[in-house]
Design a protein around this ligand. Structure first.
Ligand code: HEM
Length: 365
């Protein structure tokens, strides 16, 4: 007879607390973590109270960077699949984890509040003892930027960004630059959007213009966009053609091909359709990541200015000037943000053919 008691499960039930069972202290390796703070000022016999805060904050940042890598790696893995269904649990997972990345980044921005409780004079008590160490040597930070899609050619100061890293860490960052980044995978995913088959019959109900080389939907859209421009904006139509109409693949300057750009704009325009809701959330999360990273860079830069004024950084850079240039240049998903310049009012959107509407999930089959 089948044993219905819980006895058979006993051997699988972990002991609760006490000797022999898994202990909180061991599980979290607290011996290592809590014994990893060694202020330089103590070593010099000139103990500076705030150096403990300085160390703990940096360690907390590096732990969160580790978690960001964990999330990003899993996102890259899913996005690398040749066929990612756009309404699938996998896409939900991508969006969910991207939102987690955003939430962690928000915490990282706020952590600067704690750092700023240290005054410039408190910092001066130990600052010179740290040379030439600097946050500039955070390889996890640079690796993360690379995984997200920041390419070498778009970095401020080019070679400079790895100049202070150890060879083993340069290798890690360079590998991340060679591997497919989130931005590249995004481009591939957008190019193969199932609803966005360029060979489809993209007829609209009212077509004002016909352009031979573009599907008629985009000819109509272009017409509406051009009409929406104020006199001073008229040149925007050239940028429109450059981005969406001239068929180009990705290159050194453009991370999104024209096909991918059209798909992304389409998602933004018709995001109310069920099939496009997750794709829209995905694009939105990427913009949020850029915004949070940029907030971090600016808050860090202002904190640096407050702490050291115009003096050079412990890592030897021009300090605030270097950080400002990097903050201005290191937007990763800039081309997605730029698409917002090409939106038109909802009521002017071209009608979609019924077969497309059906595919997007509004019209019953
Ligand atoms: C008193 C607080 C801080 C000061 C004065 C400071 C100063 C600087 C300076 C001057 C630089 C430019 C490179 C150099 O010459 O050193 C830099 C870069 C950097 N710092 Fe900080 N920092 C502080 C706190 C932090 C914290 C808490 C983190 C967290 C991890 C951090 C992470 C970074 C990173 C990642 C860079 C490289 C940024 C880039 O390349 O765009 N810093 N920091």
């Amino acid at each position: 007879m089948k044993d219905l008691s819980n006895k058979s499960e006993d051997k699988h039930t972990p002991p609760v607390g006490g000797d022999g069972g898994l202990h909180y202290h061991d599980y979290l390796q607290l011996d290592k973590i809590l014994n990893s703070q060694f202020p330089e000022s103590d070593k010099h016999g000139l103990s500076a109270h705030d150096e403990m805060l300085f160390i703990v904050i940096h360690q907390a940042y590096e732990l969160w960077f580790k978690q960001l890598h964990h999330e990003t790696d899993s996102i890259l893995k899913i996005m690398s699949k040749p066929a990612l269904n756009d309404n699938s649990p996998e896409l939900q997972t991508v969006v969910h984890r991207l939102n987690r990345v955003v939430t962690i980044l928000r915490v990282l921005v706020h952590q600067i509040d704690i750092m700023e409780t240290m005054t410039p004079m408190d910092f001066l008590d130990f600052r010179d003892m740290l040379r030439p160490a600097s946050g500039f040597q955070s390889w996890q930070f640079k690796e993360l930027e690379a995984k997200l899609g920041l390419k070498f050619q778009h970095r401020h100061g080019k070679e400079y960004y790895t100049s202070q890293l150890r060879q083993e860490h340069i290798d890690v960052v360079k590998k991340a630059e060679l591997d497919k980044s989130l931005l590249e995978l995004l481009n591939n995913w957008l190019e193969r959007m199932p609803f966005f088959n360029e060979e489809d019959n993209w007829k609209t109900f009212s077509v004002h213009t016909r352009m031979e080389h573009v599907p008629s939907f985009w000819a109509e859209y272009r017409y509406q966009y051009q009409n929406s421009l104020a006199d001073v904006e008229k040149d925007n139509i050239d940028a429109f053609d450059e981005i969406f109409i001239k068929d180009y693949p990705i290159n050194q300057e453009k991370s999104l091909s024209s096909i991918a750009s059209r798909a992304a704009l389409f998602i933004m325009l018709y995001r109310g359709y069920p099939m496009l809701q997750l794709p829209f959330q995905l694009l939105n999360a990427l913009l949020e990541i850029d915004e949070q990273l940029s907030s971090w860079r600016y808050r860090h830069m202002n904190m640096v200015h407050r702490m050291i004024g115009t003096r050079i950084g412990t890592g030897g850079s021009s300090g605030k000037d270097y950080l400002k240039a990097a903050a201005d240049k290191h937007y990763i998903f800039r081309e997605i943000a730029q698409l917002n310049s090409f939106l038109i009012e909802r009521r002017k959107l071209p009608f979609l053919p019924p077969e497309v509407e059906k595919r997007l999930g509004f019209v019953a089959a």
